[in-house]
Write a new protein. Structure first.
Length: 369
């Protein structure tokens, strides 16, 4: 029982969460913000096209956030000294108001979110009505209701840097952080980025068969995911689908470097080999002077793809094209014998390979006999 209670305990400031929330997103912002994933998460929180959190400097540097929906309420835990908070809110044209001894900062645009400065360690962000409802709930001594999602969140949040629980997918809030194109129930997912990337997620379908079908679709789509997610493992148990991913720090750094360098782009199609001269003797007896030295860049030798710098190039000698046979119905061939062909001089063939670290490399072939 003690272990169960510990697993379901959570910070008291989570209790501002509306009891009818359908999704919760928890973020250790002080860890996520400077990480490789900080920009992506920030895009969903601040600025145009996001959930609409104000770009208040103190809010941008908060320690932790809990965001709930559908009536969006963000609870930020950090350091919000009153004087600095007032100065920054005023600079962004927020208007000060009071509600039940709590300082509100109302956005000048009615469509934008407002803020409640609960204390120097806690700020709420939401519509004015959502903020007032949250304050009212916090003052109740009896009959207070809590979101059932809080106990689920408390089980998966410890040690995680970003976690999500949702009654169902798709969800207006959760789907911003879960790029999962599937209908699902009871979604739970978490990410830890302290020493690489660790991802665990699960969701339910309405039957075992539906879960199996969803898993098959996800497995088929893994190759199209961002490079760092392509080792995602998908499994099922009854009507539940499980997703797991473990990438250590070394692997993650290497993967991100590859993505930054553009090496995740599709392979360049192989270039066809250049046509080779016809070395056969013409029927009029003229001497074919033989092939000139063939110059092949490294990317077109034997039709191979250009190697990356430092990689061993692929080289192969091109085979001369055989002469086409004379037509069987040629009257000259049947009546007049062709003049004897002169013996052509032996001319060496040379293949040159460009693009190597050591410069141009030449391969001398034995002359044709």
């Amino acid at each position: 029982m003690a272990g169960l209670l510990s697993a379901e305990s959570y910070p008291s400031w989570w209790n501002f969460t509306p009891p009818d929330s359908t999704a919760l997103v928890g973020i250790q912002w002080e860890t996520v913000r400077p990480s490789d994933f900080g920009d992506a998460v920030s895009t969903e929180l601040f600025g145009a096209g996001s959930v609409g959190l104000p770009e208040l400097p103190l809010l941008l540097e908060t320690r932790q956030m809990l965001v709930s929906g559908p009536d969006l309420l963000a609870i930020a835990s950090g350091s919000f000294p009153s004087a600095a908070f007032r100065a920054q809110a005023s600079a962004l044209k927020f208007k000060r108001a009071m509600y039940r001894d709590t300082e509100l900062w109302i956005a000048s645009d009615r469509a934008s979110l407002s803020m409640a400065h609960v204390s120097d360690a806690l700020v709420l962000v939401g519509s004015r009505k959502t903020l007032q409802d949250a304050i009212d709930r916090s003052l109740l001594e009896t009959g207070r209701q809590y979101s059932p999602l809080l106990s689920r969140a408390a089980r998966i949040a410890p040690g995680k840097d970003l976690w999500i629980v949702a009654d169902a997918l798709p969800d207006a809030l959760a789907s911003r952080f879960v790029p999962l194109d599937a209908s699902a129930a009871n979604f739970e997912g978490s990410v830890a980025i302290g020493n690489g990337l660790s991802l665990d997620a699960r969701f339910e379908r309405d039957s075992k068969q539906s879960a199996s079908e969803s898993a098959d679709v996800l497995k088929a789509a893994v190759h199209s995911l961002p490079l760092i997610l392509r080792s995602l493992e998908v499994s099922t148990e009854s009507n539940t689908v499980f997703l797991t991913l473990q990438v250590d720090r070394t692997q993650m750094d290497a993967t991100l470097r590859r993505a930054d360098s553009g090496s995740d782009a599709p392979d360049i199609p192989a270039q066809p080999a250049e046509p080779q001269p016809n070395n056969a003797q013409p029927m009029n007896g003229a001497v074919n002077p033989g092939p000139k030295a063939v110059e092949h860049p490294a990317q077109s030798v034997a039709g191979s793809v250009a190697p990356t710098p430092g990689a061993a190039p692929v080289a192969a000698a091109a085979t001369p094209r055989p002469a086409a046979p004379a037509p069987a119905t040629t009257p000259v061939a049947s009546a007049v014998p062709a003049p004897a062909a002169e013996k052509r001089p032996a001319v060496p063939q040379v293949i040159r390979i460009y693009g190597l670290d050591e410069g141009v490399r030449e391969i001398l072939l034995e002359p044709a006999r």
